[in-house]
Write a protein of this length. Structure first.
Length: 367
């Protein structure tokens, strides 16, 4: 592969990386708003589990946003190489190699973290890791015939010949990163919007309104509200519920001094794991309907179509405990006193349906 095809390949791979990163940015926001990703296939191959982990955000930005910045820089460098004049024929393959090398090292680190610390695999992330490796190979080929070391040294020397322009470019890049970190909505922080994870960017304009609901599977009022909201939202696409767990049981909820609903912490964990398998709605229907009958949870899980082995492993996992703790802490921060509590745009509705869920009243007829 000669230099130009190598640079063209690098540009195509950078565009692929940008596309993957853009999808991952969206999926990260959706997961933190209570949604379920299309690539949450099972307990291990689960993009939501990766997105909800503490490793998904680095230095104030989601890892996917860093990927967007890195692949964007790689694309600009490849484009510069394709359009460079002959007297700069080697430019900037060396710099492209450095960027691709950093991306590949980051990919390896993230793969190890995904395997050992998170215990789940995001297939979109894995695809971006392969893109980074391919980008490194293309950049390496673009450094021929001088070789990688010479190409990097020559590119750095060329930057040194124009210190003013180089300094401006570096400062502009640093400023861009700081501005992105400062302006990007921190929807993953429980304290955001009064302690509740806000909807993903764009959900209030052009997307469905996200209504966060804190509930307890042993709460009779929650069971009634569950049925009411199902009926009200049937066929509607303008509103989406984001379920949050707030069991009224001191076993897991530090806001309570007694066990109002014993066993509700365990059911909350089951609900979180049902969500991970994409079966939350079916499992929630059965759990709420089971308040009087008290059928075994395993029986309900089979009826909901859950994989029991994965469910058992998920319920005992530290990630599930962390998610439950995060939901409870979010409820505590907004001063939640009862379930169900709905949150819309920072406004709370305890024990009552928010007006956004109610059907619009017909306009009064003019006399």
């Amino acid at each position: 592969m000669s230099r130009r095809p190598a640079l063209l390949t690098a540009a195509v791979l950078a565009v692929a990386g940008l596309a993957l990163s853009a999808v991952l940015v969206r999926e990260h926001a959706v997961a933190h708003a209570g949604g379920t990703s299309f690539c949450a296939i099972n307990e291990y191959v689960n993009c939501d589990k990766v997105a909800m982990s503490r490793y998904s955000v680095v230095l104030g930005l989601p890892v996917a946003v860093w990927g967007t910045l890195g692949y964007g820089l790689a694309f600009l460098l490849a484009l510069a190489g394709l359009s460079s004049r002959r007297r700069r024929e080697g430019w900037p393959a060396g710099l492209l190699l450095v960027v691709a090398g950093v991306a590949t090292v980051a990919a390896v680190v993230l793969a190890v973290i995904s395997k050992t610390a998170i215990g789940a695999l995001c297939i979109l992330c894995a695809a971006s890791w392969l893109v980074s490796v391919g980008l490194l190979a293309a950049a390496w080929r673009a450094c021929r015939p001088a070789g990688p070391a010479v190409a990097v040294r020559e590119d750095l020397a060329l930057l040194g010949e124009r210190p003013g322009q180089t300094a401006v470019a570096v400062l502009a890049g640093v400023a861009l990163v700081f501005l992105a970190a400062a302006a990007y909505p921190r929807y993953w922080e429980p304290a955001a919007q009064g302690g509740v994870t806000p909807p993903p960017p764009g959900s209030s304009s052009g997307g469905p309104l996200v209504v966060v609901v804190f509930s307890d599977y042993e709460c009779p009022a929650c069971a009634r509200a569950h049925e009411e909201t199902k009926a009200l939202l049937a066929g509607r696409t303008d509103v989406r519920l984001a379920p949050r767990q707030f069991p009224l049981d001191s076993e897991c909820n530090p806001a309570l001094k007694r066990r109002m609903h014993p066993g509700s912490c365990d059911l909350a964990r089951v609900g979180i794991c049902a969500e991970a398998q994409g079966k939350l709605e079916a499992m929630a229907d059965l759990l709420y309907a089971n308040q009087a009958a008290k059928r075994p949870v395993a029986e309900l899980a089979r009826a909901a179509g859950l994989d029991l082995d994965r469910l058992q492993a998920c319920v005992a996992s530290p990630e599930t405990e962390a998610r439950l703790r995060s939901d409870i802490e979010a409820g505590i921060r907004i001063g939640l006193k009862a379930t169900p509590t709905f949150v819309v745009g920072g406004r709370t509705y305890a024990g009552q349906l928010p007006p956004e869920l109610l059907p619009a009243r017909p306009a009064a007829a003019k006399p």
